[in-house]
Design a protein around this ligand. Sequence first.
Ligand code: UDP
Ligand code: MG
Length: 328
Amino acid sequence: MTNGNSKCPLLSIVVPAYNEAVSLPTTVAVLLEQARPQCEKLEIIVVNDGSKDETAQVLDQLAAKYQEVQPVHFSRNFGKEAALEAGLERAVGDAVLFIDADMQHPPSLIPEMIDAWCKGADVVNARKRDRGKEQFLYGIASRLFYRLFAKAAGVDFKGASDYKLVDRQVVEAIKACQERARFFRGLVAWVGFRQTDVLFDVQPRVAGESAWSIYGLVKYSLRNLITFSSLPLKSIAIVGFVMAALSMVLCLQTFARYLMGNSLSGFTTVIIFQTVFSAAILLAIGVLAIYVARLYEEQKGRPLYLVRNHRLRSLEDSGTSNRASIDN
Ligand code: UDP
Ligand code: MG
């Protein structure tokens, strides 16, 4: 618990925001209220991830009202991972706090998290005690994914969230990771350092609804598994060995039957083996294809996100026609 004396010299707070026009004013006000007494200097980097609602205007108004608020506007929706990355790259704090814009991560935990950092933790993970109100399928899917991930990547994600306070050293370590397909939670777990947990109960959203669809979640989970682990690739070799052993047994049995003069029977076996082997080969090619596609995406080396800057916005506002460069 907070001892009252521990303060962070410069604290950065990174807030990814997609269609959060309604939540943002409350979130920013609460963040300021909770964080100001805990640090000497504060910056709140709000990344507007190509929102389709009034988030951009609301954010600019907040930036005009509070000097701590720094807006970043993406040119389109690049996803939460890109928004977290943009915040991470811009943050200059001794410690950086990552928190959702919808108040599902209770800001009342901030003093406790800063206190843990002051006491020497490099990473303070806020873990979900209870997963809050979420869809039944969502709960099962995320549990399954985390179990699979724990096996494949050797990282425990039970109750993990993106609500974290990380030290400057950890920020630099994450920045040094070169992969384009970012998985913030995974990277923080992977870099190591002294990590500690605080528990929280997931709060209901202050407004709007979760931007995740089931399809989006499955895609995100598979992408993270593939970028973080080569286990699916290695498992092809294991399947190959098992298949080779089975085919050896079948060959021996077929040869023995031939010698005994009854080699014509066993049609069912042939069908079964033919089907199973074809399926295994196609599956193996599929796994390889996914990894090749990942490599292809990585080697393109495109930026993770694009920022739409203010100069173009003010030109647009004053009626100067520069829309094409903004919209396309
Ligand atoms: N978010 C984002 N880009 C997106 C989707 C979401 O920046 O494409 C932000 C969103 O504004 C929120 C956080 O990421 O601050 C978590 O999103 P959400 O609440 O939709 O996810 P959930 O809480 O259901 O995991
Ligand atoms: Mg949420």
